[in-house]
Design a protein around this ligand. Structure first.
Ligand SMILES: C[C@H](N)C(=O)N[C@@H](Cc1c[nH]cn1)C(=O)O
Ligand SMILES: [Zn+2]
Ligand SMILES: [Zn+2]
Length: 482
């Protein structure tokens, strides 16, 4: 926003007071964002994702950003149908050559959600209850994206000069593998030329009380298995016993992938996992993490490992395989007696340094092909990787990490934990490789926010204090060499 008044000196107290005073407006805006069902995985919601991206671009422009929308072309689905991808926002605010340039990234799309999945309230209508803001995307990632905007607006409202030039990349396909984003950034590579630091707020604290700075992510390789047994669904009473059923084949294949204690059965899958470095376990033992609280929070009777270090290592530095669902299978309540004609099994493998998506794809498909051969079913079968996203790990000894830790200390008055994240943000490694600069994750939400789950929420405290952390970080990151 054009500012004719003389700039005031930096004052964190004034910024935090401004954030507190605007709490209600910030909550209202998050409510507007949550009410847009920007689910990237379904064709039906695509217009809503596009609407969400344009909504955000307008907010950025109102705050003085130049925010350009870049089209990514079409997405082709496995059945051959196509739909347009949502555009990506490449924005910038300030081009002062004397200032450093910070790149922030976030996503405006969300995971699917239906009240019938077990939500207490409508997922796309924000509910403010007991200091919590419920709704799909509250923590992942609409709250953090708006937090950045509000932090910048706080500087502007108080006529404090922004300490850094800001660039932003906000996309609408992160929850579906960030389709098209790599290609766009490679094509627009000059956009990243002058970036000095990258900061992403799209993950969560480990627990509910201690803030953290995150230096690693797992990657994700997502697979489909298709099995077809007939031209149409069949009455199981009339046809059962005469047909090789696709669903039985699918259960056999999916069951072959992983053992009860989480061991992935694919031969060679662990070969490229980075060996433990000397005393690595100490890195995890120092982190504040209560294994019983964790177990209770997720509502499990028993975890695979009872031990804190092993659990953290299994979430952060070892691969895992999860089975997500079977498209075409009957899942409604009640008793439908059908033999589905075609089913698509969906599973993913979270990958870690030094595993490579293409190699994982080859090992996995070869394994499934061998299982299929052993099954000796006459049905039609196909297994393939639909998306492969890289892991990311960064050094901790740099100014970006220091600035983030200082910002946390300034606001929360604690030293953060340094964590890795079991989830994935596919574009992170490319930012690091293309800029050659430090990338960090600075989470806003808490470990119990329920991202991707029922009743996702962000606590008002995290939303508001997290915005203050961003205010402070914008100042701290500008201090290098000063
Ligand atoms: C950690 C981040 N907020 C997130 O939820 N990422 C997703 C990304 C993804 C990639 N393919 C599908 N989803 C995740 O880790 O599942
Ligand atoms: Zn996210
Ligand atoms: Zn997510």
């Amino acid at each position: 926003m054009a500012d004719t008044k003389e700039a005031k000196p930096f004052d964190l107290n004034a910024l935090t007071a401004h954030v507190d005073a605007n709490k209600d407006a910030y909550i209202k805006l998050l409510g507007e964002a949550i009410n847009i069902p920007s689910v990237s995985s379904s064709k039906e919601h695509r217009s809503q994702v596009i609407y969400m991206v344009k909504w955000m671009a307008n907010l950025l422009r109102e705050s003085g950003f130049s925010a350009e929308l870049f089209e990514l072309g079409d997405e082709t689905f496995p059945d051959g149908s196509k739909t347009v991808l949502p555009p990506v926002i490449l924005g910038h605010l300030g081009k002062d050559p004397k200032k450093k340039t910070l790149l922030i990234y976030g996503h405006l799309d969300v995971q699917p959600a239906h009240k019938e999945d077990g939500w207490a309230t409508e997922p796309f209508e924000m509910v403010h209850k007991d200091g919590r803001l419920f709704g799909r995307g509250a923590s992942d990632d609409k709250g953090p994206v708006l937090g950045w905007l509000h932090a910048i607006q706080a500087y502007q409202a108080l006529h404090m000069e922004l300490p850094v030039n800001i660039k932003c990349v906000f996309e609408g396909m992160e929850e579906s593998g960030s389709k098209g984003l790599d290609e766009l950034l490679i094509k627009q590579k000059e956009f990243l030329d002058d970036v000095d630091y990258v900061c992403i707020s799209d993950n969560y604290w480990l627990g509910t009380t201690k803030p953290c700075v995150t230096y690693g992510l797992r990657g994700v390789c997502y697979f489909f298995i298709e099995v077809q047994c007939a031209a149409k669904d069949l009455h199981s009473g009339l046809y059962g016993g005469s047909v090789h059923e696709a669903m039985s084949d699918m259960v056999y294949l999916l069951n072959s992938l992983v053992s009860v204690d989480g061991r992935i059965a694919i031969p060679g899958i662990m070969d490229d996992v980075e060996p433990l470095f000397k005393n690595e376990k100490l890195v995890y033992s120092d982190i504040e993490f209560n294994i019983d609280e964790y177990r209770q929070m997720i509502g499990c009777k028993k975890l695979i490992h009872e031990d804190k270090v092993k659990t953290l290592m299994s979430r952060w530095r070892y691969p895992s395989l999860s089975i997500h669902g079977i498209e075409g299978a009957f899942h409604d309540p009640g008793q439908k007696t059908v033999i589905p004609r075609k089913v698509i099994g969906k599973f993913s493998i979270r990958i870690v340094p030094d595993q490579k998506p293409q190699h994982i794809a080859k090992q996995t498909v070869e394994f499934l092909d061998a299982q299929w051969k052993a099954r000796n079913s006459p049905n039609t079968y196909k297994a393939y990787m639909v998306d492969g996203g890289n892991h990311w790990k960064a050094p901790l000894d740099n100014f970006n990490v220091k600035a983030a830790a200082k910002a946390i200390k300034n606001v929360y008055n604690v030293e953060p934990d340094f964590t890795r994240e079991g989830g994935s943000i596919p574009i992170t490694l490319l930012f690091q490789e293309m800029t050659g600069k430090s990338v960090i994750l600075l989470p806003m939400g808490a470990g119990d926010d329920g991202a991707h789950s029922q009743n996702e929420k962000i606590d008002v405290r995290n939303y508001i204090e997290g915005t203050k952390v961003f205010c402070s970080y914008l100042h701290e990151i500008a201090q290098e060499g000063k």
